[in-house]
Design a protein around this ligand. Structure first.
Ligand SMILES: [Zn+2]
Ligand SMILES: [Zn+2]
Length: 473
């Protein structure tokens, strides 16, 4: 469907100044509100309430227009555009080469715009994708902060009911360009590029899903790496690209019930003792040794850990761990293929993320017939559903990597606090699943390092001594 068809049901004459659609292919909801309110002749404040933005001081126009909200349908009706299909392109998901779930709706995000397009009041929901770094037709880098004062651009009205004006006064919108010169916009070039890109993204996202931990806000870089368009559509930046670890290829699927242990993960509650496949045991022992080896060799054994982990107080930490590399995971008896391990150093959000990834896998790749599973417990249902997915070994390998890294980070941070040593930067996993019905073809994984320093808080768990551990931002 081309742009002409999408806007076919528009009125013959635009209902308001700024509502001209022909020059501006795939104009976003934000772009339309921006143009109409900035070109409005009566007081802008009257226009915003007429258009359905009553609570305009707090309304994020990107969020309010990307999903079918009350404000969006009022706005479309007032402009007599309710019968067009243009709003289908207002959600960044519609431009993403990977299915994003609620990712773009979780919280307001900075507006990303091209300064030359912004002079017209033009914005496309495509620009909100971190994987799009330049305006495809002006070739200018997209900006998400003000070039004068560096404040993040946001999609809210200011005190004068204006959109797109920075608090410092910077305003890329130009009323003359946006009205008299609207036909100078590179309409054909933009439309060709967008339709070419849209066809690529649509094909690709059919079998791809991205998973981001719920409290991770700085996922832009990870998304940009996983969703980068091919070179023919956008030349890649010279910045060092993020490393994407790929789990794919032929591999034997793990035995049934391999995911039994993982299947009870997913609550926001931290897991102190958790069941895991026994294959995790050697990985976590190796990680423990690597963390302790990275500390100064003479590091003492923190006295807080001596009793809780049955360590030798007079020996160094390295000596203790050399003799008992499993001292922090305290393995309990194995039941079936699952082994109970102490994972109190693993960040609760990453633990929850592992459970959510399983849910995503069974929701998108699981065999139809969920009703059969309805009689099982949640854990049994998840585990049984996972056993029916071919290629699930890729997910088992990726989860093992994620957990090992999260464990090592948590342990390093915990020991760092107790020994007054340095604490590494935390990192979030960003994961993409590739597959189709009943089959997982690959997992693509990368990690986003946190930029801000890690704050430490004390958390107390039932039956445990209070312990310092990092709070992930
Ligand atoms: Zn542009
Ligand atoms: Zn500014």
């Amino acid at each position: 469907m081309g742009w002409a068809e999408i806007i076919h049901a528009r009125p013959a004459l635009p209902a308001a100044l700024g509502a001209e659609l022909e020059p501006y292919p795939y104009l976003s909801g934000f772009g339309l509100v921006h143009r109409v309110t900035r070109l409005a002749t009566p007081l802008p404040s009257q226009v915003t309430s007429t258009l359905g933005f009553r609570n305009r001081q707090v309304t994020d126009v990107l969020l309010a227009t990307q999903t079918p909200t009350q404000a969006r349908s009022t706005f479309l009706r007032r402009l007599h555009l309710q019968d067009t299909n243009m709003a289908a392109y207002w959600n960044p998901q519609q431009w993403s080469p990977v299915q994003t779930g609620d990712l773009f709706g979780r919280r307001p995000r900075p507006l990303r715009q091209c300064p030359q397009c912004a002079a017209h009041g033009y914005h496309c929901a495509l620009f909100q994708l971190p994987s799009i770094t330049h305006c495809p037709w002006h070739r200018q880098p997209l900006e998400h902060t003000c070039p004068h004062c560096d404040a993040p651009y946001h999609a809210r009205f200011d005190d004068h009911a204006r959109l797109g004006v920075c608090a410092c006064g910077h305003d890329p919108f130009d009323a003359v360009v946006a009205s008299v010169h609207m036909w100078d916009f590179p309409t054909d070039k933009a439309q060709d590029w967008l339709e070419d890109y849209q066809a690529w993204a649509q094909r690709r996202r059919a079998g791809r899903w991205i998973c981001v931990p719920t409290n991770c806000t700085a996922w832009d870089q990870g998304f940009a790496a996983l969703a980068a368009p091919p070179a023919r559509l956008q030349r890649t930046d010279t910045d060092t690209p993020l490393v994407i670890e790929i789990f794919s290829g032929p591999s034997a699927d793990p035995a049934p019930r391999h995911f039994w242990g993982w299947s009870c993960w997913g609550g926001e509650r931290p897991l102190t003792l958790a069941p895991l496949p026994a294959t995790m045991y050697p990985l976590l022992c190796e990680a423990t040794k690597a963390v302790v080896d990275a500390l100064p060799p003479e590091s003492r054994t923190p006295f807080e850990l001596v009793d809780a982990n049955a360590l030798e107080a007079s020996a160094t930490l390295r000596e203790n761990v050399f003799l008992r590399p499993d001292c922090f995971i305290k393995p309990r008896d194995q039941s079936g293929s699952a082994m109970w391990l102490n994972l109190s150093t693993v960040d609760a959000h990453i633990a929850a993320f592992c459970g959510h990834v399983l849910d995503q896998a069974t929701a998108h790749l699981g065999a139809p017939g969920g009703s059969v599973l309805a009689s099982y417990s949640l854990q049994a249902a998840r585990s049984t559903a996972m056993d029916q997915i071919r290629g699930r070994g890729h997910l088992a390998d990726a989860l093992a990597k994620i957990l090992t890294r999260a464990y090592a980070y948590g342990l390093h941070a915990d020991l760092g606090v107790k020994l007054d040593a340095s604490i590494p930067r935390a990192a979030w996993p960003i994961l993409e699943m590739v597959g189709g019905s009943g089959r997982l073809r690959a997992i693509r994984l990368n990690w986003i390092e946190q930029k801000s320093p890690v704050a430490t808080v004390r958390v107390e768990r039932r039956g445990e001594r209070p312990a310092s551990r990092p709070l992930l931002m």
